[in-house]
Design a protein around this ligand. Structure first.
Ligand code: UDP
Length: 449
């Protein structure tokens, strides 16, 4: 796959310190951001932009630069040891990451026309380089520190500088992308971002990869060892196995569902759980799987719960499709790609009424919204959907239609490109960009050094 770009193509530096498009997904630190970076860069490449995705080199095997998609290269920047580190340990490495990006551009003689930062740490790098190089900066946070702190309290392992840096980045960059209205509210309400500096561009789903399969076909295509029969009723979850995703809530609801169905003399349903650090379920590398296994055993449903470990994007439609209904009930969710993926596969989604899920799932039309941490509410809706196949199928069709209409990556890339073009047009008119004139807060710089 080449990365040749047309003469005179606009050059974008896409910074994503921990989330590489090349990384395997499903583990603790590889999720939606990786997908966003991959899809948006790919579609910007298709639109004729030349995109370099800068990410930290976290393995000896990674070449310094690789052609990734047409028009897109991935640059592995030396910053700290070439091995996987938890993302919360990466902050002190950001000056080295920034210098690596600057060195790469200088060595190649590449002048970037715009920097697009992802997550707060790359946001700091983007803001700093944007000032130094005098180029516009667009930032997307993917998740906000204040929200995380509110929900996770003492369990939040983010560096203490995070929230201050986020505020500095918001002040310094030209434009901030929010993925949904609730993220805009956080940016404006929690951080005082000027509303006209925040543009809502929802994330999306690849509707070619995530496509409907009949239940029977999907079940034939997944591992027979999972023991999912053609007549089984199946509830499916796909996603990272982290406490905040509250798969524990799903297991509790499932146990309640099993009790109700058995009491009614119906066969017990099955619960399919996809995600984890490895391709086979391993409670050592993914402690949350151990917690869930213990909980399923205590609730007497271990024999009905199937863990697969993680799976890659190109096969996930089989797992979504093998489920009658898909479910995601995190405590909070900045956007949430997995509900959209389930919808694109033509399955109704029962999701927490939090963050982006309230925007993607249309309550009562493409699935149901339930309060987080409420297993009984979840169980009641699962029961309803399993009892009413015609409702399930209607919602599944509506879900696919909603995704096709509002949540596709080509549209995201076009809207992102329109934002870039507006910034360049502003700059060529010699007008004031929205960015504050002052350099990135020197306190933030000092803290990072
Ligand atoms: N994912 C995956 N394989 C897995 C589990 C998850 O590819 O085994 C992907 C999933 O398809 C989705 C992303 O990881 O695209 C998770 O994104 P989401 O926004 O739902 O949550 P995040 O992980 O970003 O918190």
């Amino acid at each position: 796959m080449g990365s040749q770009v047309g003469e005179g193509a606009r050059r974008i530096a896409f910074l994503s310190e921990h989330a590489s498009p090349v990384a395997l997904l499903g583990g603790a630190d590889a999720g939606g951001q990786n997908v966003y970076v991959d899809e948006v860069s790919r579609h910007l490449g298709r639109l004729g932009y030349a995109v370099d995705v800068f990410t930290r080199r976290d393995s000896d095997e990674q070449p310094p630069v690789m052609a990734w998609r047409p028009g897109v290269r991935v640059v592995h920047v030396e910053a700290g040891p070439a091995r996987t580190l938890p993302k919360d340990d990466l902050w002190p490495l950001m000056p080295a990451f920034r210098d690596g990006v600057a060195r790469f551009a200088a060595d190649e003689g590449t002048c970037y026309d715009l920097i697009h930062g992802n997550f707060w740490m790359s946001g700091w790098v983007a803001a700093d380089l944007g000032q130094r190089l005098g180029v516009p900066v667009v930032q997307i946070f993917h998740a906000m520190g204040k929200t995380k702190q509110r929900h996770q309290g003492a369990a939040d392992t983010s560096p203490e500088e995070r929230i201050g840096v986020e505020s500095d980045v918001i002040r310094s960059v030209d434009w901030v992308i929010a993925q949904c209205p609730s993220e805009r509210d956080e940016l404006v309400g929690d951080y005082g971002a000027p509303p006209d500096k925040v543009e809502i561009i929802p994330s999306a789903v690849n509707t070619e990869i995530f496509r409907p399969l009949s239940r029977a076909e999907a079940r034939r295509q997944i591992e027979p060892e999972l023991g999912i029969g053609s007549d089984d009723e199946v509830v499916g979850y796909v996603g990272r196995m982290l406490p905040r995703k509250d798969v524990r809530n799903v297991v509790r609801a499932f146990a309640s569902l099993v009790r109700d169905r058995e009491a009614a003399g119906r066969p017990a349903p099955k619960l399919l759980l996809v995600g984890g650090e490895t391709g086979a379920p391993d409670p050592v590398t993914t402690p949350e799987i151990g917690v869930l296994q213990g909980m399923a055993a205590d609730l007497g449903v271990a024999h009905l719960v199937r863990f697969t470990g993680n799976r890659q994007q190109d096969v996930l439609h089989r797992y979504y499709g093998a489920a009658d209904v898909t479910v995601t009930t995190p405590w909070y969710e900045p956007f949430g790609l997995t509900p959209l993926e389930g919808m694109a596969c033509g399955r109704p989604v029962v999701g927490s009424a939090v963050g982006g899920i309230t925007f993607t799932v249309e309550d009562g039309v493409t699935g149901f919204l339930v309060p987080p941490r409420d297993p009984e509410a979840l169980a009641a809706h699962l029961q309803e959907l399993l009892d009413r196949p015609e409702l399930r199928d209607r919602m599944g069709r509506a879900a696919r239609a909603r995704v096709e209409r509002f949540f596709t990556w080509p549209t995201v890339a076009e809207r992102t490109a329109a934002l870039y073009e507006e910034l360049w047009a502003e700059a060529s008119r010699g007008g004031e960009a929205k960015r504050a004139a002052a350099p990135a807060d020197p306190r933030a710089l000092a803290r990072a050094r």
